[in-house]
Design a protein around this ligand. Structure first.
Ligand code: KIV
Length: 272
């Protein structure tokens, strides 16, 4: 058997832009830890998002607001160790980039230096253009995020579909153009009408990756725990569940408890 290490061709921000050019759809999933990222990367997902949804999924918070920069760096470091092929993009958390562009740059540099990730993601358009510009000037690739931006949940008041009204749709389109002009390499569009997402994807040369934004964008992203059915209290229309791991895992764990109580586990063969 060969002992040679398997060679992986790393997906880069340029690869994603090239994929859009040739019409190849981009697959992206979240991961927050080494074991999950190893499976996701091994399944040839193009980009892994270390999303601040870790605040909900890993820490049980109601919103993404409480997660800290240190916690994001911890998650990102574990994911980077596992990802041999995928591009790793890390959310800059709430409160670490919005108000002060120098702080935005410091946060982005900490993520890149301490975790070894390949790019950062920020939520918003016009309001944060100075922060985005400063991060880009330092040579750090930035992914934008428009539409439903969970870090602004208390401004929206609800997680319903965004940009259904003309005024908000116009702002979103202008923000997408601005992100492209600033030099972002891609944009996530979350929970907006499919027709609007299509219009945006056709109006910019950088990839548009949707979550609840229909099929006429350049790629899709989902929270991996949701698509695997590990979370079961969340049922948005855009979510396709590929497994029902919540039930599978619960059944396995209940069986383990029963086996321990009945002394069926461990057997002779499982003992030394
Ligand atoms: O934090 C996250 O998981 C995200 C995705 C929902 C796009 O931003």
């Amino acid at each position: 058997m060969s002992t040679a290490k398997k060679e992986y061709k790393r997906v880069t921000v340029k690869s994603l832009v090239d994929m859009k050019k040739r019409g190849e759809k981009i697959s992206m999933l979240t991961s927050y830890d080494y074991s999950m990222a190893k499976i996701v990367d091994g399944a040839n997902v193009d980009a892994i998002l270390v999303g601040d949804s870790a605040s909900n999924v890993m820490a049980g918070h109601e919103t993404t607001l409480p997660i800290t920069l240190d916690q994001m760096i911890y998650h990102a470091t574990s994911v980077v160790r596992a990802a041999k092929r995928a591009l790793v993009v890390v959310d800059i958390p709430f409160g670490s980039y919005q108000g002060d562009s120098k702080e935005a740059l410091r946060s982005a540099i900490r993520i890149m230096k301490e975790s070894g990730a390949h790019a950062v993601k920020v939520e918003g358009g016009e309001e944060i253009k100075i922060s985005i510009g400063r991060i880009l000037e330092a040579g750090i690739p930035v992914m934008g995020h428009l539409g439903l931006t969970p870090q602004s949940i208390y401004k929206f008041g609800t997680y319903t579909v965004r940009a259904k009204e003309e005024e908000e749709a116009e702002k979103l389109k202008a923000d997408a153009k601005l992100l492209e002009q600033l030099g972002c390499f891609a944009i996530v569009l979350e929970k907006i009408p499919a027709t609007l997402a299509k219009e945006v994807a056709e109006s910019v040369s950088i990839p548009v990756i949707g979550i609840g934004a229909g099929n006429h964008v350049d790629g899709q992203v989902l929270v991996v725990h949701d698509m695997l059915g590990m979370t079961h209290e969340f049922h948005p229309r855009f979510l396709r569940r590929y497994l029902n791991l919540y039930d599978e895992m619960s059944n396995a764990i209940s069986q383990y408890v029963e086996d321990v109580k009945s002394q069926d586990f461990p057997s002779e063969e499982e003992s030394y």
